[in-house]
Design a protein around this ligand. Sequence first.
Ligand code: SAM
Ligand code: SF4
Length: 326
Amino acid sequence: MALDRFGRNISYLRISLTDKCNLRCVYCMPEEMTFRPRAELLQDDEIIRLVRVFADLGFHKYRLTGGEPTVRANVVAIVAAIARTPGVREVAMTTNGLLLDKLAQPLAAAGLTRVNISIDTIDPAKFKKLTRWGEVSDVWAGIHAAQGAGLAIKLNAVIVRGYNDQQDVVDLARLTQYQPWQVRFIEMMPFGDVADFQQAGVVSEAELRATIAAALGPLSLVDDGRLDGEARLYRLPDAPGTLGFISSVTEPFCASCTRARLTADGRLRLCLLREKEVDVLTPLRQGATDAELTELLKEAIWWKPWGHGLGRNVIPLNRVMSEIGG
Ligand code: SAM
Ligand code: SF4
């Protein structure tokens, strides 16, 4: 078991498979993003070895993210290797869905059970503006392929003032009246070069709920407000699906946080909104034994931070979201 000094049992690892992406969402990365050379990224065998060490430490839940995890070569083989590692109970993925049309079936066969698919608006023109060149029809094809492959689906939307904060929010919420999906609205967080844009465009959870309720009826709290992962859930009248709100900035969920993140270049990041990271790649490449890696990880986890410093204007500047693994 990997405990931190606040008594939290850290057992959920998000692995960024790559910093690269086939989109350039305005809230995630600059248009002229430069990516790391391949040699600086964790190689397949390094990821698989680290998962074995993490699993021995009690990590049982894994989420592959990025950048865009589906653009990584060998993604299906990586999923299969993680899924068969002793101690691993769940392998999930966060993806923009563009490549799921082809990959959903093989990924499910390899052991993937859940996908969170990002779709910030169902309006094709606005989708293109938010992602800089994406086609929302490709995401729909991915969602249907994921459904066909039997993957559990949640939809993620980041709401940006002036881009998708009005009708788009209502249209996304309306999906839950027809499908048993969880549609989650993620509060925009500030990182690196795009922090100013992000802070200016944040739309609060209260505002989103008011917009949805005015158009579609009252929202009732699900499960007395107990968090589902990081989301607080609501339901529209008679809807089969639910609405989730992830408000990491205004309502942090640090007490129930069991996550750690492995960046694509092999750093362990214990809090999304704190810059501190521990280099795992260098010792791994210098020949550290499993026992030495275990000690390194345990020590890093012990010092997992509590709470972000955004209220005091302490913004994580060393990386943007796609490099950390959202
Ligand atoms: N490319 C995949 C995708 O878009 O789903 C996975 C990586 S992406 C970084 C993971 C999640 O982070 C997505 O749901 C995305 O919308 C969200 N995200 C990106 N930048 C964000 C920001 N500044 N604040 C909050 N969420 C953000
Ligand atoms: Fe790519 Fe996902 Fe970032 Fe959009 S949010 S640019 S899809 S990594």
